[in-house]
Write a new protein. Structure first.
Lengths: 547, 773
């Protein structure tokens, strides 16, 4: 009997026992084709998905390699059906390819006639295609250039993902170079940018804190063309700008910001998803930005958050190089397929040992504090309308008291109090005598407060969900979450990932979540707990009176 | 290709150095050794039921139409071709017969020996001859070894003459003759005349007729005699060689890998079936009125087990065949598919033994799971477990297909694409008389063998070779180390999952099913603890302490705090009630009073047990307890039995095991015993016959009469029969019996000088004709 660390289940999950001596080796071997689903303390769960397998194909791995890896590391016999399925799935990638034909322009071609016939008969695909050209080297059919993205999306849905070899436009040239003074490109960052460049378009998966911005900058240095960078929000846009100024030859004048506040279009433009997807009277007034210049490269930050309208726009941008940056390919809305077909396959995934060297999983003490509602509150809660229940439970005044005790416990340590409801935050800010950052706080004021917090002037900050994304507050040591948006796992990941960056001297951070016992608040909390544990954060639950 | 690869001799070396040629088949059989005769009885089991009295009865039974047909169905193309040659040559020497078959003489000779061993051919004074019934039953084309030539006419031209005359034919005449030979050997002459000299012939037909190569028959047709056919085909009965065993298209695989893949499938099959039947024990699906399982229920199985419909049907059919599943009645008395009592024993046994039981069921079942989901002749979809989707040839198709795989070296696999067709081709050669549906059955057999884990990567696993060889115990022993070893521990994680990194030993799996929901199955099982699952456990009578203890006892790692918290939290909100065996209870608000009572010197007889600070239980009924308590000086009151939680064991339904399936070893032993009993009887009968008055004996009982008539047919001798005619008068007729079937004797009547049919029941006696002795 083989004594491998991996157990291959018939439902296509792979269980990796991480205390096993060969676990590291195995993890590296399966990472290219299996998606990490959960990473609790003893057994990590990976899943084999068609997309994962196709990503592996796009990265140059073949089915035999995958099957061999499974057989090598598997402790038990691998179900035959699963091996067959892997081989069959991987064989589907690349049967169809998009090419640039010297006379006919964009064509969809295949050496496998039955496959081509099958897709040509699909109702959704027919209108995207033009006349048929059968050559000696295989059969092709003309594709309307405007349908390149839609076609790829539709083919993926049919299970015949096409390989895109049709190339890219160069875009308007613009000199961009990296300036490596006092820092240098890490090996994996260089590898990531290189493999993206060779692949043409695609997604680079790097854990939080591994320097995705620098990979983006490096990609721009490869392209040496005008670049559009799409980011999640304004604060993040500022951070990108700062990084680019620091790491590249770009100057302040060359970088424009296109957000709610400013509408600058410059050789390198950083736009927020929000402004692009702003909709007035049924039209997107800011969509023109996409055609405002002859962009040579489009950078998508946090691909896993890319909103649906951006996908639609991206479908029309298939001739431009695209790079997606993310820490996880798992999307809450399950649109991983669209990322694959419209932005591109996964081009790079950092090896685990590097992630660990980065200290991705920072030692964090996650504690869920259970607060018991008072009898009168329970009665109010019991008779409340369903849509009011969460708010009632989340905003119980009892939490205020607990927050104060926690803040006192961690006096002197940089502490963030995070919440969903403005009233509650205002009340907390008043009780704790701390500044509050919420949606209506001007960006300048926000920046000032964040800077003060970073520099240590300020040790307590009450923030709303505006702090969820793309804000580096590496100095935060304590976070107290009083309410969240109905238990979104994504939000939890962001809050944790953003706020609990690795600390100096290996100090551990504290993450408290306050939950009202026996209410929907606790139900949502269960979701979050699960997520925390799946991400490998140890957590415990205590009752408020036991603090 | 080895000579005997496809057929081991029935009995070693007994047909060599054959004894003095016998005059009749019965006589021939009498000279056989016990070993050889029992080999025959084993190969043709229909000869033994009912037990024959003596050799002549064995011989006469061997010649009946039904028996010959059965024997023919088990022959290979080569053997059929040899038999066909015997029929064509009629009565020729062994050497002549062997030479007439287009093939390697050694192999042909071996095939001939086999036919003799099977008593389809016997060695008479003039050489070897086929049983008379064989000729009629040899139908088919070249692919089934039938040459299509007519028998050699003994009184027409000799074989050498035939060769010479054929050689002299013009090309068109030869072409014509070949056409006649290839299309059944019969023709009509039309208006062609028969010239006296070949030189006078003006057409090819006339040329042929002039040479006497087509012989006119009484009804005006022309026959091509066997000798001419042989001459046309170069002295052979067929143009093409008939001993080419089709090659299998094979690729080599790593045997260790094959075993691992197959064992994986084997484990999955067992696990899935156990899972399903466990489920059906609680929620059985109903039996359709037409028998079988509803499409909806099969769909549920497909979803539950993550398999396709074919595999689901396969598992069900194998379970029925292994007596693990049968029709029974659910709690409401409705006919339902239920696990049997045998299932309980089965699920307790080690996985490897469970697998062999399942595989044995599959090997023997005549059901065809591959048909499930297809439309039958009337356009209705076939249901799983329905009685009609079956074929008696299915077990044979499986056995043959796997035997071919077993003959390959370890790791030898069917090549992808061409492997299966080549296997079908070979089986067609081995059993050409099997029905046309065989292609599909062989395909299914191969597919199903993979699903059950007999094969992996299209090669037979090492342990499956033992299955094919019939040694299931050895198979189980070899399979066991390949299966995941049972584990007795869990890895409990903070995300409230627990991973059992292998199949759980003993009853742990069932306990965990209660405590947690299964999230993923396979070699390992992933369980998730939820509020719901823990409540279920609490509903079934578990308490918080018990759960904590149980988890602590089987977890290899410390229990994560969140799980402990969850358990306590669920218990907190759950009105935890435990039920035990007690006839009565005592409770008081005052814990002191209870303690006092417990420490009373006379309390032992009350069999009290403290289950909570204020509650005691007793195994005495209330009516006994009450007076004794009063004697102790307390003043108890009786409480009405309200508000107690009723906890019952899960209701598991079982039905009767239909019949004990004989273990192969037992079956073999039984077989051997039966054959030797028959053999003893036959020998005794022969001795009795030998010590009876010397021949010519007059056969006056129907049994002896029939036996004598059959003998006469085989030996082509003349007999005198006493026959009651239409007027009731008995006359003696001198006849040459030709055929005996359907209560009619067809014989050449010497009086009318023509064939005549006699009703067997009117034959009063049979006597060998004088002078024929």
């Amino acid at each position: 009997m083989n004594d491998g660390p991996l157990i291959v289940q018939s439902d296509k999950t792979l269980l990796l026992e991480i205390d096993h001596e060969r676990a590291q080796e195995c993890r590296r071997a399966i990472a290219p084709f299996a998606e990490l689903e959960r990473s609790p303390e003893h057994v990590h769960t990976y899943r084999l998905t068609p997309l994962g397998l196709w990503n592996a194909r796009a990265a140059g791995h073949d089915a035999e390699e995958v099957v061999n890896t499974l057989l090598t590391f598997s402790r038990y016999a691998v179900p035959h059906a699963l091996l067959v399925d892997v081989a069959e799935t991987m064989a589907r990638y690349g049967r169809l390819r998009l090419d640039k034909h010297p006379t006919h322009g964009l064509v969809l071609s295949s050496t496998d006639r039955p496959v081509l016939e099958e897709v040509l008969r699909a109702k959704k695909i027919k209108p995207m295609l033009g006349e048929r050209i059968d050559g000696p080297d295989g059969d092709s059919v003309v594709v309307h250039p405007s349908e390149r993205g839609n076609l790829k999306q539709a083919l993926l849905k049919l299970g015949w993902p096409a390989e895109d070899w049709a190339g890219y436009v160069d875009g308007e040239a613009h000199a961009i170079d990296l300036v490596e003074d006092g820092w240098e490109l890490r090996d994996y960052q260089r590898d990531a940018a290189d493999s993206f460049w060779h692949g043409g378009s695609g997604v680079v998966v790097l854990p939080c804190g591994a320097g995705k911005t620098i990979v983006g900058a490096s990609a721009m240095a490869h392209a040496k063309a005008t670049t559009l960078i799409l980011v999640t929000n304004t604060v993040s846009a500022r951070q990108w700008k700062d990084e680019l100024l620091k790491r590249t030859t770009l100057t302040e004048d060359e970088i424009g910001e296109y957000s709610g506040a400013m509408k600058e279009v410059r050789p390198v433009t950083i736009a927020t998803y929000q402004v692009l997807t702003l909709r007035r009277k049924g039209v997107y007034p800011h969509l023109d930005l996409l055609d405002a210049r002859d962009w040579g490269l489009i950078v998508y930050d946090e691909v896993h958050l890319l909103p649906a309208p951006i996908f639609r726009m991206t479908a029309n941008l298939q001739a431009r190089r695209r790079i997606g940056l993310t820490a996880t390919l798992v999307r809450e809305d399950g649109r991983e397929g669209d990322v694959f077909s419209l932005i591109g396959p996964k081009r790079y995934d950092a090896p685990w040992k590097d992630i660990e060297a980065q200290g991705w999983i920072a030692p964090a003490d996650c504690v869920e504090v259970r607060v018991t509602l008072s009898d009168s509150e329970r009665l109010t809660y019991a008779v409340a309308e369903p849509e009011e229940k969460y708010r009632l439970a989340a905003c119980t005044p009892r939490k205020t008291d607990v927050v104060r005790r926690l803040v006192d416990q961690h006096a002197g340590q940089p502490t963030l109090v995070i919440g969903q409801y403005i009233d509650q935050l205002d009340e907390l800010a008043e009780t704790l005598d701390a500044p509050v950052i919420k949606g209506e706080t001007p960006v300048k004021e926000r920046q000032r407060l964040f800077d003060a917090f970073r520099s240590g002037e300020l040790s307590l900050l009450v923030v709303s969900k505006v702090a969820n994304f793309s804000i580096d507050l590496p100095s935060a040591e304590v976070a107290i979450q009083v309410s969240g948006s109905f238990g979104s796992r994504q939000e939890e990941a962001q809050r944790l990932g953003r706020l609990l960056r690795p600390k100096d001297e290996g100090k551990s951070a504290h993450f408290y979540t306050l939950v009202s016992r026996d209410t929907v608040d606790a139900d949502f909390a269960a979701n979050r707990q699960r997520f925390l544990a799946e991400q490998g954060y140890a957590y415990r639950i205590v009752d408020a009176q036991d603090l | 290709m080895s000579d005997t690869a496809h057929r081991p001799p029935l009995s070693q070396g007994v047909s060599q150095g054959a004894v003095r040629p016998a005059r009749t088949l019965a006589e021939h059989l009498r000279t056989w050794s016990d070993e050889r005769l029992s080999a025959l009885l084993r190969a043709r089991p229909d000869l033994t039921t009912p037990a024959p009295h003596d050799s002549s009865q064995v011989a006469s039974r061997a010649g009946t139409r039904a028996s010959v047909q059965r024997a023919l169905d088990d022959l290979t193309t080569l053997e059929l071709a040899v038999l066909d040659a015997c029929v064509v040559l009629g009565h020729a020497s062994r050497e002549e017969t062997v030479a007439a078959v287009h093939g390697d003489p050694v192999r042909v000779s071996a095939a001939l020996d086999h036919l003799i061993d099977l008593a389809l051919v016997w060695e008479s004074p003039g050489g070897v001859r086929a049983l008379s019934g064989v000729a009629d039953l040899l139908r088919g084309d070249l692919a089934s070894g039938v040459s299509g030539l007519r028998p050699v006419l003994p009184h027409a031209l000799s074989r050498t003459e035939a060769v010479e005359r054929v050689a002299r034919l013009s090309a068109p005449a030869r072409g014509l003759l070949e056409h006649v030979a290839d299309s059944g050997g019969e023709a009509t002459s039309g208006r062609a005349r028969t010239p006296h000299r070949p030189e006078d012939a003006t057409t090819p037909v006339e040329e042929v007729l002039a040479h006497g190569l087509l012989v006119p028959t009484q009804n005006g047709a022309l026959h091509l005699p066997g000798q001419v056919g042989l001459a046309l085909r170069g002295g052979h009965t067929t143009r093409l060689p008939v001993d080419d065993l089709p090659e299998l298209a094979v690729t080599a695989r790593d045997p260790a890998l094959v075993d691992r893949v197959a064992a994986g499938a084997a484990f999955e099959a067992v696990r899935r079936l156990e899972l399903l039947l466990d489920h059906w024990g609680q929620h059985p699906p109903t039996v359709l009125r037409s028998g079988g399982l509803a499409v909806r229920d099969l769909k549920a199985v497909v979803d539950e087990l993550h398999v396709d419909a074919h595999q689901a049907a396969l598992l069900l059919e194998a379970a029925v065949a292994a007596d693990l599943l049968a029709e029974g009645h659910d709690a409401d008395g409705v006919a339902a598919w239920l696990p049997t009592h045998a299932f309980d024993a089965w699920s307790e046994s080690p996985p490897a033994e469970r697998w062999t039981a399942l595989v044995r069921g599959w090997f023997t079942t005549t059901r065809l799971p591959g048909l499930v989901g297809r439309k039958d002749a009337s356009g209705k979809t076939r249901n799983a477990l329905a009685p009609d989707a079956s074929s008696q040839f299915a077990p044979e198709a499986r056995d043959h297909a796997l035997r071919q795989l077993a003959a390959l070296p370890p790791g030898g696999a069917l090549a992808s694409g061409t492997g299966l067709p080549s296997l079908v081709e070979r089986l067609r050669w081995l059993r050409p008389r099997r029905p046309v549906t065989r292609d599909e059955m062989v395909g299914w057999a191969v597919q199903e063998a993979a699903m059950l884990g007999l094969t992996g990567l299209d090669a037979l696993a090492s342990y499956a070779r033992e299955v094919v060889a019939g040694d299931l115990d050895a198979a189980a022993d070899q399979l066991a180390p390949l299966l995941p070893t049972p584990v007795a521990h869990l890895l409990v994680q903070a995300d409230l999952t627990a991973v059992a990194p292998g199949p759980l030993a003993g009853d742990l799996a069932r306990t965990l099913h209660l405590l947690a929901d299964v999230e993923s199955r396979g070699g390992a099982t992933v369980y998730r603890f939820t509020t719901g699952s823990l409540r279920r456990a609490l509903d079934a009578g578990w308490g918080a302490e018990e759960i904590h203890d149980f988890l602590a006892s089987i977890s290899r790692t410390p229990i994560p705090q969140p799980l402990t918290y969850l358990v306590d939290d669920v218990v907190r909100t759950f009105g935890s009630v435990r039920v035990g065996h007690a006839e009565s209870f005592l409770r008081a608000d005052d814990a002191q009073a209870i303690t006092e009572l417990l420490h009373h010197p006379k309390v032992a007889q009350l069999e009290l047990r403290r289950i909570a600070p204020t509650v005691l239980v007793s195994s005495l009924p209330v009516d006994l307890l009450l007076p004794r308590l009063r004697e102790l000086g307390t003043a108890p009151v009786v409480e009405a039995p309200d508000g107690t939680v009723h906890v019952a064991r899960r209701h598991l339904l079982r039905t009767r095991t239909p019949r004990p399936t004989p273990v192969p070893a037992v079956a073999r032993a039984r077989d051997t015993a039966r054959v030797s009993a028959v053999l003893a009887a036959v020998r005794a009968g022969d001795r009795a016959a030998a010590s009876a008055p010397a021949r010519p004996a007059v056969a006056t009982t129907p049994i002896t009469a029939l036996a004598m008539l059959r003998e006469a047919i085989e030996s082509a001798t003349t007999v005198v029969i006493g026959y009651v005619d239409n007027h009731g008068t008995t006359t003696d007729r001198v006849v040459d019996p030709r055929r005996l079937e359907g209560g009619q004797l067809t014989a050449y009547d010497h009086r009318t000088e023509g064939p005549k049919a006699f009703a067997v029941h009117r034959i009063t006696s049979v006597t060998p004709a004088v002078g024929d002795q």
